[in-house]
Design a protein around this ligand. Structure first.
Ligand code: BMA
Length: 864
């Protein structure tokens, strides 16, 4: 009896360029730098290319995308296959992308889907060879192969230019679509064995294990279903199934007979310990183990939770809700969108995933959307989300284009989607599978055949053939393998058109892109669930210096700056939005960085807070989720990211952190009078302010609301009606409470501060500073002083000011150190008489510099 063995095929790998597009010295075999790997990583390692993330090296490296690459190892593991019942299978977890595989000179596999793991029975080849066999992977250029596929299958859309980023050929190859370049990263189209390769030696094996769970509506019990098949099973085969609770105590052991290689076991767990997103509870994980005694064993961690996507009708409005509910708690799903962590994906590792996801969690984010132009992430990603309590919205891997649906393409997509559903479908964190990113949005925009009332098709002969994928193939697979995780046709989708604000989710891009609407208008784009919206900014100055090594190019209007800000039209958009809102500086670069980050943060504050406010309780969830485009950056550049590639949080990150806190207080100034119709150039009067609060806990909460006001320029207190200054307020659970509307004396020059303190403990729960707008009309104190004091323990910074200060940031000066410290908060508004405490780590005694809005106007020779 041979028990299952898995041997990594990761030794002795070498690579070479197999085509002759350039005179690379990689034309004879060189050792790889790591395994798994892709050619860009190996070329960088040998100094044969310069880093495509730096300066304009991207274009100098484009030849790598076009070349063919061969990988081989002459150190294939030796195995004993003497027993006639022993089988050897070679497993390729991921090959990027168009490849022919040879073992001992024999062709064993052709593959052209990067997302599809492959298994090849190599028993006969290995039995027939005496010597150590070679394993050789002959990759062909993905862009060239994609073009061939496009001519073979044929583009069915009305116009080949109806595609965002890359070119239409990318739609024809099952390869991460961002490898063709996107509006936040370079065109680095990798090639190679990007995931592990191993040899499995066994007599019998558990295959197709599928563990799914369902929790009863009253949460009193859960049913776990464990099914699977056995490769090389005897007609009847004993299978042992075990369940351990989150403390590893045994809850269930049973033995069943698999009939014709199939088994199906149901386990009931009474009073289950439920898995929650981190905002609402713990993340207990149960372990299911399945054993073929003597042959094989497998185990999986699962969380038990009742997950539903609610789409009920809403009070006083049209359309329907779009609310994720976990364990009967309706969630406001705040978070962000995830782009791949690297172009050279084998450089990603558990630590990098963990750093990103823990950072998102520290920002009070409970949902991450894995965007369809990337990959279904590594197992580590979902393991961490399970452990940390972060929900995942997972797109299938289609983005911004008109995909084909020929029979062989569908076959490849089906195999890939089933494999992904099986690989990650059991994760407690998984909340939704969405068909694609923005393909219906493009259909609406470009006028492809999209009759939303036609639910039956067939669509394969229309000029939007991929409806076959999104409306037939994928929902069928999710029903079969997805357990209780819902399917949604696209992001965005729902209603009379894909971006209907009253039904389903929307992408809000009329601010920044589209109509270039003011960010103050975010409110008018409120929808049931905003799964994308964003606003660009620069990364930290340190990151820009790393991206741009030529000192004379380190300014905001330089060629290298442009190359590192791929957002279309950024050269117009930054100055337009800044000019509308505040007096800004394009140069020096450090000021531009501050100004664009300030701008992004202000935009986020409008968006996030007005949308969270719309989560108004049962049947009034007018908006039940907001996911910023995007959490992360993939390289040192400017983009919509909240955090740059060095994990330096931009101010906008802290704005979203505050907006998603358990308790929030918010203010919105409202128009009280329009200027006389006969004149132009005068802003409307906003002499009143609405005050509201969010209680994100599931209990009612009693708080003290404290209000105070100051003159912007002098910093002197402004008297509000005394009865307003402090009062007790009851906040209903899990929703917004509108508190009151008050008048602001001298509103155009008055700052109002609101604080919420816990009535019982006096703990400060939330604060908000409301400014007259636009900020460009304001004059600040000429003697404004912001005082920064680091506590003796070195882990806290105390900030205070003698007059109102807007957008105060702290950082270790770049002149002092190449690395900044890490802050628990940053970008705060200050009013006199208050000290704000900020947690800091890794400061290590270094000094801090402070910035705030218009600090450059305090320079000696500055004139307005
Ligand atoms: C959305 C995304 C991405 C893009 C972003 C910024 O449409 O889906 O395609 O990077 O906008 O333009």
């Amino acid at each position: 009896m041979a028990s299952f063995k898995q041997i990594a095929v990761d030794k002795g790998w070498e690579f070479k360029q197999a085509s002759h597009l350039n005179n690379s010295s990689a034309s004879s075999f060189l050792p790889v730098s790591q395994f798994p790997t892709v050619s860009h990583i190996d070329l960088l390692h040998h100094g044969l290319i310069s880093d495509p993330y730096i300066d304009d090296n991207e274009t100098k490296c484009l030849w790598v995308n076009e070349a063919d690459w061969t990988y081989r190892t002459l150190e294939f593991p030796r195995v004993d296959l003497a027993d006639v019942n022993t089988r050897a299978t070679l497993v390729f977890e991921g090959l990027d992308t168009v490849v022919d595989v040879f073992l001992d000179g024999e062709h064993i596999l052709s593959s052209m889907n990067m997302h599809l793991p492959q298994r090849v029975d190599v028993t006969a080849v290995l039995r027939n060879t005496q010597a150590t066999p070679s394993l050789e992977l002959r990759f062909r250029s993905a862009p060239a192969s994609a073009k061939e596929e496009k001519s073979r299958i044929g583009y069915q859309g009305p116009d080949e230019t109806d595609v965002h980023f890359g070119g239409p050929e990318r739609l024809f190859l099952r390869k991460a679509q961002y490898h063709w370049g996107w509006d936040w990263g370079p065109a680095v189209n990798t090639c190679g064995p990007w995931k592990p390769i191993y040899l499995q030696i066994y007599e019998k094996r558990i295959e197709k294990l599928l563990v799914r769970q369902q929790v009863s509506p009253d949460l009193s019990f859960a049913i776990i279903n464990v099914r699977g098949t056995i490769e090389q099973s005897s007609p009847t085969q004993e299978v042992t199934v075990k369940l351990q609770d989150p403390d590893d105590a045994s809850l269930h052991v049973s033995s069943v007979m698999a009939i014709e290689g199939e088994f199906d076991v149901e386990i009931t767990v009474q009073t289950p310990r439920l898995w929650y997103p981190h905002s609402h509870g713990d993340q207990p994980l149960y372990r299911i183990s399945v054993e073929l005694p003597g042959y094989d064993q497998k185990s999986q961690l699962i969380g038990l939770r009742r997950l539903r996507l609610l789409q009920h009708s809403l009070k006083n409005t049209t359309g329907s809700a779009f609310v994720f509910e976990i364990n009967n708690i309706r969630l406001f799903s705040g978070g962000s969108c995830w782009i791949p962590g690297d172009f050279m994906l084998p450089r990603m590792n558990k630590k990098r995933y963990s750093d990103w996801l823990k950072l998102a969690k520290s920002g009070n984010q409970i949902m991450i959307r894995v965007w369809g132009g990337g990959i279904v992430e590594s197992d580590d990603f979902y393991d961490i989300c399970d452990q940390e309590g972060i929900l995942v919205w997972q797109d299938f891997l289609f983005a911004c284009g008109n995909y084909p649906a020929s029979p062989d393409f569908l076959e490849s997509v089906e195999a890939e989607a089933e494999a992904q559903l099986r690989r990650v479908g059991h994760h407690a964190s998984l909340a939704l599978w969405a068909g694609n990113n923005e393909d219906y949005l493009l259909a609406d925009r470009f006028g492809w055949d999209i009759d939303y009332s036609d639910e039956n098709g067939p669509w394969d002969k229309t000029n939007f053939p991929a409806r076959e994928i999104y409306e037939r193939l994928l929902p069928r697979l999710v029903t079969e393998f997805g357990g209780d995780v819902p399917y949604w046709r696209s992001s965005p989708y729902g209603g009379s058109h894909s971006n209907d604000p009253t039904i389903g989710d929307t992408h809000v891009w009329d601010v920044w892109h589209g109509r270039l609407s003011a960010y103050q208008d975010y409110k008018s784009y409120t929808s049931r669930f905003i799964s994308e919206f964003g606003f660009e900014s620069c990364p930290s100055l340190r990151t820009l210096h790393r991206a741009i090594t030529v000192p004379s190019e380190r300014h905001s209007q330089s060629r290298l700056f442009d190359i590192h800000d791929k957002g279309p039209g950024h050269t117009r958009r930054y100055p337009m939005y800044m000019g509308e809102n505040f007096r800004f500086r394009m140069n020096p670069l450090r000021d531009f960085v501050y100004c664009t980050q300030f701008l992004q943060a202000e935009a986020m504050q409008y968006a996030y807070n007005c949308w969270r406010r719309e989560f108004r309780g049962p049947e009034q969830e007018y908006c039940a989720g907001v996911l910023v485009w995007q959490l992360n950056d993939i390289w040192p550049g400017s983009s919509w990211a909240l955090v740059d590639d060095a994990l330096q949080c931009k101010p906008a990150f802290f704005i979203t952190k505050r907006a998603l806190a358990k308790v929030v207080v918010g203010m919105e100034r409202i128009v009280t009078k329009q200027p006389p119709y006969i004149v132009t150039g005068y802003p409307p009067e906003k002499h009143k302010v609405d005050i509201w609060a969010v209680n994100g806990t599931v209990q009612a909460l009693e708080v003290r609301l404290k209000l105070c006001a100051f003159d912007v320029q002098s910093g002197s207190p402004v008297q509000l009606s005394p009865e307003l200054e402090e009062q007790t307020i009851q906040l209903a659970p899990n929703q917004t409470t509108e508190i009151m509307t008050i008048s602001i004396p001298n509103a155009d020059t008055t700052v109002v501060a609101a604080y919420l303190d816990n009535s019982e403990t006096s703990e400060r729960l939330a604060r908000w500073i409301s400014w007259p707008e636009p900020l460009r009309l304001l004059h600040f104190s000429p003697d404004l002083r912001v005082v920064t004091q680091v506590t003796d323990s070195g882990d806290k910074v105390l900030l205070s000011a003698n007059a109102p200060a807007k957008g105060v940031t702290i950082s270790v000066p770049i002149s002092e150190s190449v690395e900044d410290a890490f802050y628990g908060d940053n970008f705060v508004d200050l009013v006199p008489g208050e000290t704000v405490e900020i947690e800091v780590s890794s400061l290590k005694g270094r000094s801090l510099q402070t910035r705030f809005l218009y600090d450059w106007e305090m320079e000696e020779d500055f004139e307005l």
